[in-house]
Ligand binder design. Structure first.
Ligand SMILES: Nc1ncnc2c1ncn2[C@@H]1O[C@H](COP(=O)(O)OS(=O)(=O)O)[C@@H](OP(=O)(O)O)[C@H]1O
Length: 257
């Protein structure tokens, strides 16, 4: 939406995410990567933007990104890792992942090491990305703290205009874009969406903000305990960076007492 920020374009194989820094696409080289961006080098966008869901927890992405784009600004959005795990499980179900269709969420997150490989693989992708402090430390080993913005996903969901203002400030983009005029809450979608001329809205697609039943309380209790140490480490890290703790993290830490 911001006139000074150009986003990557979808490709036939990559769909909406380029997935460059984490896997084998990296070996296709920088020209391949730059081909996903709409602007010729002389265009006026101050920033090129892309997001790929597998970068955050990737072992390779921070080092590779720092070596190719050392001045990059990195934005991470953190929600309660238990909710992230459940959202990912629902995402996999809706993509027809056999293990996600066969096993319920509680079985996925609680199963032991003797489980079949496809169940263990799904468990890993549900749980490991939520080790937030460990992943952030890897990014901070390659980028200065001033290049990293950590957003509370709950705040983004509830107060997107305020969070987008914070992002504008972090990027230092001009002109100042008025997101409170450009966004409106869509009761049907249940989320904030872009306000178009004539009062219509443009929301994110069907794969964002899916409707699914709330997480079972025993799964939430299990995950609260599973993530306890990771969340304590995250709180220490945010404290060290002088950043406020998200409300969900405060709540989790209170449970930990
Ligand atoms: N405005 C708005 N509209 C729709 N969805 C919103 C919005 N703000 C935040 N969210 C939350 O974003 C979740 C999807 O996040 P991602 O796009 O990062 O997921 S992924 O890249 O597909 O893995 C998605 O997760 P699910 O609710 O599980 O679908 C939403 O909760």
């Amino acid at each position: 939406m911001h006139p000074s920020v150009a986003s990557s374009l979808p490709g036939p194989q990559t769909l909406e995410e380029v997935q460059f820094f984490n896997g084998n696409n990296y070996h296709k080289g920088l020209d391949w990567y730059m081909g996903f961006f709409p602007t010729p080098p002389n265009a006026s966008a101050d920033f090129l933007f892309e997001k790929s869901s597998s970068y955050f927890h990737s072992e390779d992405a921070p080092k590779r990104a720092a070596s190719l784009v050392p001045k990059a600004k990195i934005i991470t959005i953190l929600i309660d890792p238990s909710d992230r795990a459940y959202s990912w499980y629902q995402h996999q179900r809706s993509h027809g992942d056999p293990a996600a269709l066969r096993f319920d969420f509680h079985a996925v997150v609680t199963t032991g090491p003797e489980a079949p490989p496809e169940l263990l693989a799904l468990q890993r992708t549900c749980l490991v990305p939520g080790w937030y402090a460990a992943h952030l430390e890897r990014w901070l080993a390659h980028f200065a703290a001033s290049q990293l913005l950590i957003i509370d996903g709950q705040q983004l969901r509830s107060y997107p205009a305020t969070v987008m203002d914070e992002i504008q400030k972090f990027l230092g983009v001009t002109p100042h874009y008025n997101y409170s005029q450009a966004l409106t809450f869509d009761p049907q979608k249940g989320f904030w969406c872009q306000l178009l001329e004539g009062g219509k809205t443009r929301c994110l697609g069907k794969s964002k903000g899916r409707k699914y039943p709330p997480m079972a309380s025993e799964s939430r209790a299990f995950l609260s305990s599973y993530y306890r140490d990771h969340n304590v480490e995250l709180a220490k890290l945010l404290h060290r960076l002088g950043q406020p703790l998200p409300a969900w993290l405060r709540q989790e830490l209170q449970k930990a007492r």
